[in-house]
Design a protein around this ligand. Structure first.
Ligand SMILES: Nc1ncnc2c1ncn2[C@@H]1O[C@H](COP(=O)(O)OP(=O)(O)OP(=O)(O)O)[C@@H](O)[C@H]1O
Ligand SMILES: [Mg+2]
Length: 314
């Protein structure tokens, strides 16, 4: 489990993914990692490679979304000199560069159907065909793919090959969003505050309980990446200091501000009649006895205000 230790989390949803990843790491099974942005897909792919017996061999990452459509095939499978204009030399593709190791295909949902077909053949038979070469070459590479898109939906729309999807998804590894494992938020925040303070050689700042509550209640659309970046900012800007909710970005505390007009019922309860009498008297005091203004302060009509004054004999 050593390689997985850098992935922080103790919630059952997260640990079950890590346990499955640990089991598949020992095999050559193709893995598809799904999860929203910033949930740790790349980190998990690296950890799988590091705990596999391919650890001494290359881990090659390819971001399918960043590859120009016209070059995908040659980047993946390589090309022979003269295969197309600009192919001035033989060039090994990413698959060949990863020989003996692991190829991480990030954002696999971006691959065209034509390249998907070639990839399927590679997964099925371990055979790779260079652009401009009729021969098939055997290559020993373990494949890990990741996506933050819903591939099942893409399959339904005809944008992703169903056979490739099932070939990739033998052991589903779906990283939960941070809000789905909110029990881990504070654990991860404390981890980053202490490790980033050490990394920047600064004294650790410390969260106040109210700041921790804000972190806990926030939805974290950018997941662990967003939390990590916030911690780094706080470490650098507030070394050794106390982090209150006022030091947190507005997005995080906004919810509280939106709620601030709401009266909070104390946990021990209250006496509603006494509270109402008190509020009526305060409104009268603030409006210097002007009943219409007092009624407006409480958001009720003058008649409703007069009715209540009578009811409580004020
Ligand atoms: N469980 C975790 N424990 C510690 N750090 C994590 C964890 N998950 C993610 N991170 C950190 O969050 C950042 C984003 O992680 P990563 O790049 O693996 O996310 P991703 O799922 O690949 O995101 P994207 O879909 O945007 O590419 C990295 O700095 C990574 O180290
Ligand atoms: Mg990624």
């Amino acid at each position: 489990m050593k390689a997985f230790e850098q992935l922080i989390g103790e919630s059952p949803e997260f640990l079950s993914v890590i346990r499955s990843a640990d089991i598949v790491a020992a095999t050559d099974v193709t893995v598809l990692i799904e999860g929203d942005t910033g949930t740790g897909k790349e980190l998990l792919a690296q950890a799988i490679h590091e705990s596999s017996n391919r650890v001494e061999k290359p881990f090659v990452t390819i971001n399918c979304a960043a590859l120009p459509e016209s070059l995908v095939e040659s980047e993946l499978f390589g090309h022979k000199k003269g295969a197309f204009t600009g192919a001035v030399n033989d060039q090994a593709g990413y698959i060949k560069q990863a020989e003996g190791g692991t190829l991480f295909l990030d954002e696999i949902g971006e691959l065209s159907l034509a390249v998907q077909a070639k990839l399927l053949r590679f997964i099925e038979y371990g055979e790779c065909q260079c652009v401009g070469d009729s021969r098939l070459q055997k290559v020993d590479v373990r494949l890990i793919a990741a996506t933050n898109r819903n591939i099942a939906e893409q399959v339904n729309k005809g944008l992703f090959r169903e056979d490739l999807y099932y070939r990739l998804k033998i052991v589903p590894l779906e990283l939960p969003a941070l809000k789905q494992r909110s029990a881990d938020i504070l654990l991860i925040a404390r981890h980053f505050i202490s490790s980033l303070s050490e990394q920047h050689d600064l004294a650790s700042p410390k969260f106040t309980p109210s700041a921790l509550k804000q972190l806990q209640n926030y939805s974290w659309p950018g997941n662990v990446r967003e939390l990590r970046n916030l911690c780094e900012r706080l470490v650098v800007l507030l070394p050794g200091q106390e982090i209150t909710e006022h030091n947190l970005p507005v997005d995080i505390v906004q919810k509280k501000e939106a709620d601030s007009g709401r009266f909070k019922l104390p946990s021990q309860g209250l006496n509603l009649e006494m509270l109402e009498t008190d509020l009526l008297k305060q409104a009268l005091g603030l409006s210097q006895g002007n009943k219409s203004r007092a009624a407006r302060l409480l958001g009720i009509s003058r008649d409703a205000f007069l009715y209540r004054l009578k009811k409580y004999s004020i």
